[in-house]
Design a protein around this ligand. Structure first.
Ligand SMILES: NC(=O)c1ccc[n+]([C@@H]2O[C@H](COP(=O)([O-])OP(=O)(O)OC[C@H]3O[C@@H](n4cnc5c(N)ncnc54)[C@H](OP(=O)(O)O)[C@@H]3O)[C@@H](O)[C@H]2O)c1
Length: 251
C-alpha cells in the first residue's frame, strides 16, 4: 500500500493511543513519520515497531507546550527527510469528572496549553515549509466533546471547541496556498486516556448505552479517517468536521 508514498508527516503524541495508530498507518502507507511525545521509552517502542515493518520513522522527545521543542521537531524533520507534507495535531490531555466550579487554574491552563496552544505552536512552526512547498495537509484531533454537551470536562470541551474553530479559520486562510486543514472528532476510543473508564464497568455501561453502535472505538479506526484526510484522496476536502463516534452525535 502506498497512499502516502513520498510524504513526510509529523504526528504529535505519536507514542501512544490514537497517535501511535496514526503513525503506524502512515508508515505502512509509505510516509516517513516523525513522532513526538514526552516519554522517550514509549517513543522508542513505537520506533522499533515501525522499523520492524521497514517503515521510515524519527522520534523527537518533548512537549508541545515548549516552543523550543516544537521548532526542533520541524528542524529535525527537514534535516532528516527534507520536506514536510502532513501535520497531525494529536497530542492531548484531559481531566474528567470535575465540573467547572471544581476546576482549578492550573488544570484549566494546562489543558488549554496542550490541547489548543500546542496546536497553535506546532502549526505555526510547520506552515512556513508547507507554504514553501505550496501544499500541505493538517489534521487536528478534537473530540465529540466539542459537538455535544458532555458532563464534567469543561476545560477539555472548551479546548476542543476552540480547536474546531481554529481548524475552520486555518482552512479558509490557507486554501489558496494548497494547504488543507480538517478536524476529526472521536467518541470514546480504547486508549490509555480512556483506561480508567474502560476498567470501570459501572461507569462504562451507561455511557456505551448512549452509542448506537454499542462499543468503544479502536485507535486504528480513527487512524483510517486521519489517513484519508491526510492523503491526496481528500484533495477537495478542507475545513471539515468529521465525527467518528459510533453514531452518538446523531442519536
Ligand atoms: N481516547 C478517547 O476516548 C478520545 C476521544 C476523543 C478525542 N481524543 C483525543 O485524541 C487525542 C489522543 O488521545 P489518546 O486517547 O490517544 O490519549 P493517550 O493515549 O493518553 O495519548 C496521548 C498522547 O499525547 C501525548 N501528549 C500528552 N501531553 C503531551 C504534551 N504536552 N506534549 C506532547 N505530547 C503529549 C502523549 O505522550 P506523552 O505522555 O509521552 O507526552 C500521548 O502520546 C487527544 O487529543 C484526545 O483528546 C481521545
Amino acid at each position: 500500500m502506498s497512499r502516502l508514498r513520498g510524504k513526510v508527516a509529523i504526528v504529535t503524541g505519536g507514542n501512544a493511543g490514537i497517535g501511535e495508530a496514526v503513525a503506524k498507518a502512515f508508515a505502512r502507507e509509505g510516509a516517513s513519520v516523525v513522532i513526538t511525545g514526552r516519554r522517550q521509552g514509549e517513543l522508542n517502542r513505537v520506533v522499533s515497531d515501525i522499523v520492524k515493518e521497514q517503515g521510515q520513522v524519527l522520534a523527537v522527545a518533548g512537549s508541545v507546550t515548549d516552543e523550543a521543542h516544537v521548532q526542533e521537531t520541524v528542524r529535525q524533520t527537514l534535516q532528516q527527510f527534507g520536506r514536510l507534507d502532513i501535520l497531525v495535531n494529536n497530542a492531548g490531555i484531559g481531566e474528567f469528572g470535575k465540573r467547572l466550579h471544581e476546576t482549578d487554574d492550573a488544570t484549566w491552563a494546562q489543558i488549554l496549553d496542550v490541547n489548543l496552544n500546542g496546536v497553535f505552536r506546532m502549526t505555526r512552526a510547520a506552515l512556513p515549509q508547507m507554504l514553501k512547498q505550496g501544499a500541505g495537509a493538517i489534521v487536528n484531533i478534537s473530540s465529540i466533546a466539542s459537538l455535544m454537551g458532555l458532563p464534567s470536562l469543561p476545560a477539555y470541551a472548551a479546548s476542543k471547541g476552540a480547536l474546531d474553530s481554529l481548524t475552520s479559520a486555518l482552512a479558509v486562510d490557507y486554501a489558496k496556498d494548497g494547504i488543507r486543514c480538517n478536524v476529526v472528532n472521536p467518541g470514546l476510543i480504547d486508549t490509555p486516556m480512556a483506561a480508567p473508564l474502560m476498567s470501570n464497568p459501572e461507569q462504562l455501561e451507561p455511557i456505551l448505552s448512549c452509542y448506537p453502535i454499542r462499543r468503544v472505538g479502536k485507535p486504528e479506526e480513527v487512524a483510517h479517517m486521519v489517513l484519508y484526510l491526510a492523503s491526496d484522496e481528500a484533495a477537495w476536502v478542507t475545513g471539515g468536521t468529521f465525527p467518528i463516534d459510533g453514531g452518538i452525535t446523531i442519536s
